[in-house]
Design a protein. Structure first.
Length: 168
């Protein structure tokens, strides 16, 4: 599972980078079009889609690289056993919330597809297209959060396997 989550987080990280490049291109196109007096229809909506996709697609890779913000001030004040317990409870809670978000966003994309929901702009983009990318990012993030729940157990097992026995 670790290997699958690693490959998935790398893929979604690359897709997040592509979404950010798309966001940059749309913003620059909007600036140039405005300077030339042209009307670029729907570019702001597409930029918003790219931003939403980049935010959730990049979350799994950020978690894997430990780039997420974690406040450890309270945990550092507690005894190690209690701090580990609270940290594990926080990891499990985050995974549950991540899966709830993934299920909700997947359902939203499915319902948009089922009802043929389109954007309100003149471009009439089928909303399930950007919503499915956001849902995919949320699912990858939820899987990374689940893998993160098991990380302390795997690290302890790795330490035990590499340590000398009996200890000196």
């Amino acid at each position: 599972m670790r290997r699958l989550v690693l490959q998935l987080s790398r893929l979604t990280g690359a897709l997040a980078g592509c979404a950010l490049v798309g966001l940059l291109a749309l913003i620059l196109a909007g600036i140039v079009a405005r300077a030339l007096g042209l009307d670029l229809v729907g570019h702001d909506a597409y930029a918003g889609y790219c931003l939403a996709a980049a935010a959730l697609l990049g979350s799994a890779e950020a978690l894997r690289r430990n780039d997420q913000i974690r406040t450890r001030a309270l945990l550092d004040l507690l005894p190690a056993s209690i701090a580990r317990l609270i940290d594990h409870i926080a990891r499990v809670t985050a995974a549950l919330l991540g899966f709830a978000l993934a299920v909700y966003l997947t359902r939203l994309a499915y319902l948009s597809w089922q009802f043929g929901d389109v954007s309100q702009g003149s471009d009439a983009t089928p909303l399930w297209l950007p919503q499915s990318m956001v849902a995919f990012g949320a699912l990858a993030f939820a899987l990374s959060l689940l893998a993160d729940c098991f990380r302390p157990l795997v690290e302890r097992a790795d330490e035990a396997a590499t340590s000398e026995w009996p200890p000196r």
